[in-house]
Design a protein around this ligand. Structure first.
Ligand code: FAD
Length: 456
C-alpha cells in the first residue's frame, strides 16, 4: 500500500529527503497538506496568499495530485493514512513549539492504529539541537554557535523527488478536498507579493547567487533593495538552505561567506527557540519584561499610528507601509521600526512581534521572536548598553537620498533628496496629509533610558 507524505513548511519536490524516504519501496505516495486553523488564523492575507500560491505551484508539479484537507492534523492525518492502508506517514521534523506539540499528538493518534510516523530532516541545514558546546549545553551567543555550525557541516542536496508516483487524491476517501484558493484571504489589489512556489524560488536564487560576491556592500541600504528576498521561500520551504549552501560553496567570495552567515543566523534562532519554547511570549532576559511598559488609550492611538505608517517619522512610516504593501520589510528598517515601538512608544516588544507575524509573508516564529528580542535588548546577543535607534538619523544614514521614503510615502513624493527625512523643516511646512511627529524622539529616548536605569 502507499505511504503518506505530509507537506508542512517544505513545499517543494527538489532536495526533499523526507519525500524520498516516503517513496522508497512504496508503490505510491499520497501527498497531503492539512489546512490547519491554528496556523492559518493568525496569518494575515499576504502570508496566506503566498502559501496558497506555493501550494498551487506544488500541486501543478505533482500533476494535480496534492491532497489538501481542512481540519486538525491529529484527526486528518490518521484518517488519510487509514483510508489508504498506509503503514507509515512521513514528514520533515518541525522544531517550533506549536509544531512539536502538534506532531506529538499526531504521532500518538497514528500509533493507536499501528501506523509509524517517520521524520527525516528539517527546514534547516543542521537540525536545531545538534550544535552544542563541548559540555552538551546549547549556545546562547551567535558567534561561537556559528563557528561550530560551520564545523558541523551539512549534507549535499538530496536528489529530486519529481519522479515519485503520487496517488490520485480522487482515490483517497478521507473527506472532502479543500480548494487551495480558498486558503487565500483577499489581499488589496495594490499588494505586491513575490511570485510563489518552488520554480520561482530557484529562479530568484540562481539569479541572485550569480552576483552574491556583492552581498554585504549594500545590504544595509533599503533604498537600493539589494538583499535576496529569499526569506518567504525559506519560510515555506520552496527551497531548502542546503541547496543554497551548496551553491554558496561554489562561489567562494566574501559576499558568499556573508550570505552564509545570515543563513546561520536563521539556524541559530531556530536553535534558541528549541531551547526556549516560551520565548515568543517571555523575554530571554527577564529584566526586559519587568521594565515599565505603557498601555491605555493614548498608546493605543500611538500603536495604531505605527501600524498605519502615520507616526510622522518618514523612515518609520515608509517601513510600516512597506509591510502593508508587500508583506516584507528590509532588515535594517525592521530594526528601526521595532526600536521605535519599544523605545519611543514604550510598548512591549511582544505587541510588535504579533503585528509582524500577522503581516510578514516570511513571518517565522524563530526569526521574528528573536529579531524583536534583540532590538528590545533581551536577545541572545549580549549588549553592553541599552541601544536606542534614532528614527531620523537611521533614515539619513541608510536612505541617504530619501528614495526609500518617497517610494512608500506618497505624501512626501514631491520632497527632493534627504530633506524628506525632516519634513517639519521644509520651508512650506509639512506637505498636505502628512502628520507631525507623534512624539519627541529626544524626550522619549531620555524616558527609555530612565526606565532602563530603574530596572529591577
Ligand atoms: P538577506 O539579507 O538576503 O538574507 C538571506 C537570508 O538569511 C534571509 O532570507 C533569512 O533567511 C536569513 N537572514 C538574514 N538576516 C537574518 C536575521 N537577522 N535573522 C534570521 N535570519 C536572517 N526573518 C524571517 O525570515 N522571518 C521573520 O519573521 C523575521 N522577523 C524579523 C523581525 C525583526 C524585528 C528583525 C530585526 C528581523 C527579522 N527577520 C525575520 C530577519 C531579517 O530581517 C529577514 O530574514 C530579512 O530581512 C529577509 O530578507 P532577505 O531574504 O532579502 O535577506
Amino acid at each position: 500500500s502507499p505511504t503518506v507524505f505530509w507537506f508542512r513548511r517544505d513545499l517543494r519536490l527538489d532536495d526533499q529527503p523526507a519525500l524520498c524516504a516516503a517513496a522508497q519501496g512504496a508503490p505510491g505516495v499520497v501527498g497531503l497538506f492539512v489546512a490547519d486553523d491554528a496556523l492559518l488564523q493568525p496569518s494575515g492575507a499576504p502570508r496566506r496568499a503566498f502559501l496558497a500560491g506555493s501550494l498551487a505551484a506544488l500541486d501543478e508539479r505533482m500533476g494535480g495530485r496534492l491532497l489538501v484537507l481542512h481540519g486538525r492534523p491529529e484527526t486528518v492525518v490518521p484518517r488519510v493514512a487509514a483510508a489508504v492502508g498506509a503503514a507509515a506517514v512521513h514528514a520533515a521534523a518541525d522544531f517550533g513549539p506549536y509544531g512539536r506539540r502538534r506532531d506529538q499528538a499526531v504521532e500518538q493518534a497514528l500509533a493507536e492504529q499501528q501506523i509509524e510516523f517517520v521524520r527525516t530532516g528539517s527546514a534547516y541545514a543542521v537540525a536545531p539541537g545538534r550544535v552544542r558546546k563541548p559540555d552538551g549545553t546549547p549556545y546562547s551567543v551567535f558567534a561561537p554557535f556559528h563557528r561550530v555550525w560551520l564545523q558541523h557541516g551539512w549534507r549535499a542536496p538530496a536528489t529530486s523527488a519529481a519522479g515519485v508516483a503520487f496517488v490520485d487524491p480522487g482515490d483517497v476517501h478521507a473527506g472532502r478536498r479543500y480548494r487551495i484558493d480558498s486558503l487565500a484571504a483577499p489581499v488589496p489589489a495594490s499588494t505586491e507579493l513575490p511570485q510563489p512556489g518552488e520554480a520561482a524560488a530557484l529562479e530568484r536564487w540562481q539569479h541572485y547567487v550569480s552576483g552574491v560576491a556583492g552581498y554585504g556592500e549594500d545590504r544595509n541600504r533599503p533604498d537600493l533593495n539589494r538583499t535576496s528576498r529569499m526569506s518567504p521561500y525559506l519560510k515555506w520551504g520552496c527551497i531548502h538552505p542546503r541547496t543554497m549552501l551548496a551553491d554558496l560553496a561554489r562561489h567562494r567570495s566574501a559576499g558568499a561567506e556573508a550570505y552564509r552567515r545570515e543563513l546561520g543566523f536563521r539556524e541559530f534562532y531556530a536553535d534558541v527557540l528549541l531551547h526556549h519554547p516560551d520565548s515568543p511570549r517571555v523575554s530571554l532576559d527577564p529584566v526586559i519584561d519587568r521594565l515599565q511598559w505603557d498601555s491605555g488609550p493614548t498608546v493605543d492611538r500611538y500603536l495604531q499610528a505605527w501600524k498605519d505608517g502615520r507616526t510622522g517619522f518618514p523612515y518609520i512610516d515608509a517601513g510600516m507601509r512597506q509591510l502593508l504593501a508587500e508583506g516584507w520589510i528590509h532588515n535594517r528598517v525592521r530594526m528601526g521600526v521595532a526600536s521605535f515601538l519599544i523605545k519611543d512608544l514604550h510598548l512591549a516588544w511582544q505587541i510588535g512581534a504579533r503585528h509582524f507575524m500577522q503581516h510578514l509573508v516570511d513571518g517565522d516564529v524563530a526569526s521574528n521572536t528573536h529579531g524583536w528580542q534583540w532590538v528590545a535588548g533581551s536577545g541572545s546577543q549580549a549588549q553592553p548598553y541599552y541601544r536606542i535607534f534614532n528614527p531620523i538619523g537611521q533614515g539619513e544614514r541608510f536612505d541617504p537620498d530619501g528614495d526609500y521614503v518617497r517610494r512608500y510615502v506618497p505624501e512626501l513624493a514631491g520632497v527632493p533628496g534627504k530633506a524628506v527625512h525632516r519634513p517639519w523643516d521644509l520651508p512650506g511646512g509639512l506637505p498636505d496629509g502628512y502628520p507631525a511627529p507623534i512624539v519627541d524622539h529626544a524626550a522619549e529616548r531620555a524616558e527609555s533610558l530612565h526606565r532602563w536605569e530603574q530596572r529591577t
